[in-house]
Ligand binder design. Structure first.
Ligand SMILES: [Zn+2]
Ligand SMILES: [Zn+2]
Ligand SMILES: [Zn+2]
Length: 637
């Protein structure tokens, strides 16, 4: 997108209109006016969006499969290589036309990687998919043999039918086929194995266990997902913010919020489900586009009804302009809003009511006086920072949005029917520019409010998706936050980390923590993205980075306090070791103990303090074991 925008700017400069256009744009008052203006400008300077939409393509599928083969068949196998090959085969599956031999072959090749990685039930799924398609007859024996092996490893004794199928296809193979001998030998080995019924019972099939969601003791009257220990407040200085209505203890659950929208980041499409976001090593594709992939047909159907029947042609088209996840999210929000409202006119009424609402504290609340996380107005009412944005920032977003809305109008039936590819015609269409204005608004809301939806992979914390959260977005930033959050399959859970006094503000961290970033850097980055100057305590007192933090042994003067801390931290090193090897999910007493350490350090040591930072990091890690995990399958020797 940047490239095309640069080209556009160059045309403006060449025409000597750069400053004039910038001044005109600056005067525009609403997002809808900005979209009308940009569409007309594109028409005037002949910037017409075009994209192939990356359709299914047998050649591309074959190319990707061959790349997969190069990695998998000719490389020295290790985990990384297997995963790389798997991703290439999955991409090849996405590009293969449905139904086709290419699709069958890609499933078959991926089943070999899944077998190598010990993912036997996924391997069988892929084999069955290949066999149900036009997989070549002379290769079928190989798949039946692989399936037999999987079944045997999984402890399934009834493999006779599968072996019979293998025998059947072996007999059909040409006498001259050089693989025939090898398959015959393999078949004999497997035959002997079942007659001896020596089944490897040690291989257990893993199933993903999801720990139950934590329960909030007493719910909030205004915010259904939150505890009544907090309340939404508003003032000039902090805008909307969240404060404690009573003393909150470390570890208390503040909220369990289900995002209004949750979207998988592009980078995870080959390894996670677009709909439920769970890890899946044997994804199936959308039958129409080359982008979306799913863990199951059920998820594919759910997402189709929810939003993908619109996104299916849009995402691949806009992706050709190498756009960001935020652009995809801005489209998703518009589609969900439209579905929720039940039509464009109803959606117009819905947002008009929010625009006319004059109490800033309760903006986005529903008629029942509550802020619901599953209603669009909760997202729509989040801060946009429009008036603080530069002309170039707003223009860039307006330009991106105009491309998106052009594709929406001309390639989908979101406006009743596909509209003609005529920029000035679209600029005159109120429905088009209204939806454009919403997407442009999302483009401003997202960078200031969206949350990363995470997962743990080994010792790393990674981004799985992006979440739009009406309540959670109201929590302001602090460079030493007093809450922490972690992601569950469909929710984000917020805990109190420090003791929080009645009336005190809850603070989240927007990725700029005092321990890893200098004050100057934090302040600069926060201002650039969120348009505020942080005045939290670490900023006021200019706390040192983690490497310069002092131990409580230096900081604490009173011997009795020192002794208290020492006693509380007794088992800390052991917990660190357990957390590092990941051996904590079923030991809730560790969390309890860590929370107690926080309380004692909070009471007895001045902040910042090295031990507090260490305890917090360990606690986060322990919480994350109950959250989303992406376990990389290990190669089977
Ligand atoms: Zn799924
Ligand atoms: Zn699709
Ligand atoms: Zn700060």
């Amino acid at each position: 997108m940047d490239k095309i925008q640069n080209m556009f700017n160059a045309r403006l400069i060449a025409a000597g209109k750069h400053i004039e256009v910038s001044n005109q744009f600056k005067k525009l008052k609403t997002d809808q006016e900005r979209i009308v203006f940009t569409l007309n400008l594109m028409q005037q300077y002949d910037i017409v969006p075009s994209a192939t939409g990356m359709p299914k393509n047998a050649k591309e599928s074959e190319k990707l499969r061959e790349e997969g083969n190069k990695v998998f068949v000719t490389g020295i196998l290790n985990n990384t290589i297997c995963i790389d090959a798997l991703k290439l085969y999955t991409k090849s599956i996405a590009f293969a036309p449905y139904p086709s031999e290419q699709l069958a072959r890609s499933y078959a090749n991926r089943s070999a990687v899944l077998f190598k990685l010990g993912l036997y039930s996924e391997c069988i799924q892929d084999i069955d998919r290949a066999l149900a398609l036009n997989y070549p007859d002379n290769l079928r024996v190989k798949l039946y043999l692989r399936k037999t092996e999987c079944l045997m490893i999984m402890g399934n004794h009834s493999v006779e039918d599968t072996l019979k199928e293998a025998q059947h296809w072996l007999e059909k193979m040409s006498i001259n086929d050089t693989s025939r001998e090898r398959f015959t030998a393999k078949l004999d080995v497997l035959h002997n194995k079942i007659t001896q019924t020596k089944v490897n019972k040690n291989t257990k099939v893993k199933t993903e266990e999801t720990p139950a969601l934590p329960i909030i003791k007493s719910y909030n009257n205004e915010v259904p997902c939150a505890s009544d220990a907090v309340a939404i407040k508003y003032n000039e200085r902090y805008g909307r913010h969240i404060v404690a209505t009573r003393k909150i203890h470390p570890g208390e659950i503040i909220a369990v919020e289900k995002p209004y929208a949750l979207i998988l980041v592009q980078e995870n499409m080959q390894t996670h489900c677009s709909n439920c976001l769970r890890v899946c090593w044997a994804n199936i594709p959308c039958n129409y586009c080359t982008y979306a992939m799913y863990c199951s047909e059920e998820c594919r159907n759910i997402e189709w009804e929810k939003c993908h029947n619109i996104e299916c042609v849009i995402f691949p088209a806009v992706l050709e302009y190498s756009i960001y996840n935020l652009d995809l999210c801005s489209i998703r929000l518009a589609v969900l809003a439209l579905r929720e409202a039940g039509g464009i006119e109803k959606l117009k009424t819905m947002v008009k009511e929010v625009d006319e609402h004059d109490d800033p504290r309760t903006k986005g609340f529903s008629q029942d006086g509550k802020l619901h996380s599953n209603r669009y107005i909760g997202v729509y009412s989040l801060v946009t920072n429009t008036e603080k944005r530069s002309v170039s920032d707003l223009f860039k977003r307006s330009f991106d949005t105009s491309f998106i809305v052009y594709f929406l109008a001309t390639r989908t039936v979101i406006f009743g029917a596909k509209l003609p590819e005529d920029l000035s015609g679209l600029a005159k269409n109120n429905d088009v520019t209204f939806i454009g204005s919403l997407i442009l608004r999302h483009q401003q809301i997202i960078p200031s409010n969206m949350h990363s939806f995470g997962e743990t992979q080994g010792l790393e914390h990674l981004e799985r998706g992006i979440a739009a959260m009406p309540f959670f977005s109201l929590i302001n930033h602090g460079c030493d936050p007093n809450i922490l959050r972690h992601s569950r399959p469909e929710h984000i859970v917020i805990y109190a980390m420090y003791p929080i006094e009645k009336g005190e503000q809850l603070l989240d961290n927007y990725g700029k923590h005092y321990a890893v970033m200098s004050k100057a850097q934090r302040q600069q980055k926060l201002f650039k993205q969120y348009y505020f100057i942080c005045d939290c305590i670490p900023c006021q007192e200019d706390w040192p980075l983690y490497v310069e933090l002092q131990s409580y042994q230096t900081l604490v003067k009173k011997p009795e306090d020192k002794a208290k801390i020492k006693k509380a931290l007794k088992k800390f090193n052991m917990y660190v070791d357990l957390a590092t090897i990941g051996n904590v999910p079923n030991r809730p007493y560790i969390i309890k103990d860590l929370l107690k350490m926080i309380q004692v350090l909070h009471d007895c040591a001045p902040m910042p303090c090295e031990e507090m930072s260490n305890v917090i990091e360990t606690l986060k890690r322990v919480y994350d074991f109950n959250g989303n995990i992406c376990e990389i399958p290990q190669i089977q020797k």
